[in-house]
Design a protein around this ligand. Sequence first.
Ligand code: EPZ
Length: 419
Amino acid sequence: MARIQITGGRPLEGTVAISGAKNAVLPMLMASLLTEKPCGLSGVPHLKDVTTSMELLAQMGVEISLGEHFRVEMEARELAGDTAPYDLVKTMRASILVLGPLLARQGVARVSLPGGCAIGARPVDLHLKGLKAMGADIHVDSGYIVARAERLRGARVVLDTATVTGTENIMMAATLADGTTVIENAAQEPEVADLAECLISMGASISGHGTNTITIEGRERLGGYDYTVLPDRIEAGTFLVAAAMTGGHVRVVNARSDTLDAVLGKLEEAGAKIETGPDWIELDMAGRRPRAVDITTAPYPGFPTDMQAQFTALNAIAEGTGVVRETVFENRFMHVQELQRLGADMRLEGNAVVIRGVEELTGAPLMATDLRASACLVLAGLVAAGDTVVDRVYHIDRGYENIEEKLRQLGARIQRLAG
Ligand code: EPZ
């Protein structure tokens, strides 16, 4: 299994380009199922989850080809199937995002229940509740969600929690429903808003995206799209935290500061000097050690849960004590015991971790458990004395394009160890 070795102690300096947003690309790829017209997506990051999504769509009969700079062309003229199989869904939970488009396009969908993952149970009950409200007949048979609907009809859907992919599934299904759908307590993440813009470019009628109430007027059919995905705010945030932890000075380009308000605010609280431009963000720590910050994760525009592990790592070496509270997922602290192996002084208390910053961490072999936890362990390795080797880096490859090349560009001593 591939591992990444980091030799800590160097401040990160320089400029790094941010890739397209994984969590916007995945629903946009699935949106190609909504039309028989050609769709083209640019700015697609080279990630495992993207290739898994393309495999899944190809299995359903979507013609897919890769252009240069990883532009993806898709054409779902004739769908060859209605099933998202367990062997693919179990490797990528986001496969659930074919449910809404398949049901809207062809009236039937069989999608393996994704099952839980390392960070939590990850139920999809709200996805199903929304589609049932739109007239779908849904039952679970041998681990598969089986959904049928002559034609979905518009409905008012109130989500108990602001589920990101739940909002996306219902929104995509609603674009071809008969009548108007209103999603209340909708997720407001920028990736949801960007997906809506992509659907609108296909001819969908959507308003309110980016707020907690999204209204969709169903259409008979949609055209194709030629769209460029927005930059990945979590990748940008991860590099900015790496710069803050190492006392460095880094500019991330192809980044939208308007999608990172909560994160930039916390970095300034930690003592970073931040400057922003139309498509860049610059952080200068001027060699200073970060101050500890308190974090409570929440749905957007609150502090993103996908940045929680990275700030837990920052607090591990910060000045003072910081409390990090995770309110979105029930088990998203597996990086804590790995950070303790580096000498971090932190203790779990319910859904929070109390972190006393230490002067120095010491490198050690570590085990990645999930996508953002693995990024956090790499960040900790950047500041730990000596060598840190992170195992099971397949987790990191799901969400970060060429992370070691990008960090090496910024002066990090990092390399991938084969096998
Ligand atoms: C999306 O996951 C992201 N994934 C996650 O990013 C991200 O952490 C999460 O949103 C929260 O921002 C993609 O967009 C592909 P949720 P999602 O449904 O949609 C509960 C990463 O690192 N819930 O918003 O699966 C659920 O248990 C990944 O890139 C229900 O109860 O998350 C959780 O507590 C990790 N019933 C809360 O809502 C449902 O039907 C938020 O989950 C659905 C969700």
